[in-house]
Ligand binder design. Structure first.
Ligand code: FAD
Ligand code: PHB
Length: 391
């Protein structure tokens, strides 16, 4: 079997790439190790930058997003017992949209089905080879038997635990990584959020935040030890801790509801350089991870595709590799800006177990500056609603 672009991973990055290549008349095959249910129901991200919304609209995926996406215009920062509202819409003219990752994946799978295109589920890729020659090959397992797909190019959209990265020779690959000394307990609850905005609390008991996935579904997070387990958190303990960390005067209090899901996520910053080697192009979590504070992971993955898909399309239209050759440089420029913001938000809002009174005091001064001065507000607002998509 041969295709023009072999795409590994049916997460948001791989599916959007496949969709955009199809629209540009470029042939591709998506191989995904999980099954359709696994891919379609992963909870994960929820917030879209305005550039992501515009991108999804531009590629014909805007209809359901317009119907059920929820517009957010401000963030409420809670510290020192008070709420400090930052109106990022007023500061930038742009809003943020809550539209869950599983809805984007559903839209993409529907678009594939409507075009009569198949995603190869239950198809784990074991390795890739030949990426520095003209016929790179994807080695995978289908129905228990080994198989191969030759391609002109391979797109490594296989997430942080994928196999593609390993094919880049060690002397070429530079890895930047930071692991944070805490995690997040995330819950999904059948209750309306206290208000339709995102609230972050920097509290001495640890970070907490409220967000939502729908008008009657809250998504909330609590800082916890990095090696904590969801089983350690009874529902009572979760609600009690959320109230202690989030409730302040003049803001609607945390409301309890049935907890439908609980899980612990580790916090990590991670970038590889370069994001391409030979005929291999890496995108999304396979190439970079951010701590979730700031809601950038999904947006960053789709921003890569907004650069990569037109570069492939230009190659097949003109035979010229210029845009493909620039992919890594273009994508990394934006990636590092996203890393800066996510790491800033992470270090600003969490209680570091090894911090001291000085670092804790300065953290709150940084919050005062960010929420109480025009420069601080603008700096936060610009990065939160989204840096420009480049191509
Ligand atoms: P993924 O969604 O990871 O997709 C990669 C795909 O590749 C997967 O389907 C995987 O099964 C497949 N794959 C891997 N290896 C192979 C193989 N060998 N063969 C075949 N297929 C393979 N971001 C935010 O912006 N806000 C959030 O609140 C947020 N919360 C998160 C919570 C969790 C628990 C996690 C893990 C991530 C969260 N993120 C969040 C990040 C966001 O979900 C990711 O940035 C986004 O999913 C990246 O999309 P992707 O397509 O690059 O990778
Ligand atoms: C979310 O809705 O999951 C979310 C929102 C904002 C963040 C992080 C996560 O900063």
């Amino acid at each position: 079997m041969h295709t023009q672009v072999g795409i590994i991973g049916a997460g948001p990055a791989g599916l959007l790439l496949s969709h955009m290549l199809y629209q540009a008349g470029v042939e591709s095959v998506v191989l995904e190790r999980g099954n359709r249910d696994h891919v379609g129901t992963r909870l994960r991200a929820g917030g879209l930058e305005h550039g992501t919304v515009a991108l999804l609209e531009a590629v014909g995926l805007g209809r359901r997003m317009r119907e059920i996406g929820l517009i957010v215009q401000s963030t409420d920062f809670r510290f020192d017992g008070l709420g400090h509202r930052v109106d990022f819409m007023a500061a930038t003219g742009h809003s943020f949209m809550i539209y869950p990752q599983y809805e984007i994946v559903a839209d993409l799978l529907l678009a594939h089905a409507q075009a009569g295109r198949q995603v190869l589920f239950d198809t784990p890729v074991t390795r890739i080879s030949g990426i520095d020659g003209p016929r790179p090959t994807i080695h995978y397992t289908a129905n228990g038997a080994p198989a191969e797909l030759t391609c002109d190019f391979i797109a490594g959209c296989d997430g942080y635990h994928g196999v593609c990265r390993q094919a880049i020779p060690a002397p070429v690959l530079k890895v930047y990584e930071e692991n944070y000394p805490f995690g997040w307990l995330g819950i999904l609850a059948a209750v309306a959020p206290p208000s339709l905005e995102v609230a972050y609390s920097c509290h001495e008991r640890g970070f907490a935040m409220t967000s939502f996935r729908a008008p009657e579904i809250s998504r909330m997070y609590l800082q916890c030890p990095a090696d904590d387990r969801a089983e350690n958190w009874s529902d009572d303990r979760v609600w009690n801790e959320l109230r202690l960390r989030l409730d302040v005067p003049e803001r609607p209090p945390v409301k309890e509801g049935r907890i439908m899901q609980k899980s612990v996520t580790a916090m990590k910053s991670f970038v590889i350089e370069p994001m391409q080697y030979g005929q291999l192009f890496m995108a999304g979590d396979a190439a970079h991870i951010v701590p979730p504070t700031g809601a950038k992971g999904l947006n960053a993955a789709l921003a890569d595709i907004s650069v990569l898909a037109p570069a492939f399309a230009a190659f097949y239209k003109t035979g010229k590799r210029a845009l493909l050759d620039r992919y890594s440089g273009t994508a990394l420029k934006r990636t590092w800006q996203v890393q800066r913001f996510a790491a800033d938000m992470c270090t600003l809002l969490h209680r570091f177990p090894d911090g001291n009174a000085f670092t804790w005091r300065v953290q709150r001064e940084r919050l005062e500056y960010m929420t109480g001065t025009p420069t601080g507000i603008r700096t936060y607002a610009e990065s939160f609603v989204g840096l420009p998509f480049d191509s």
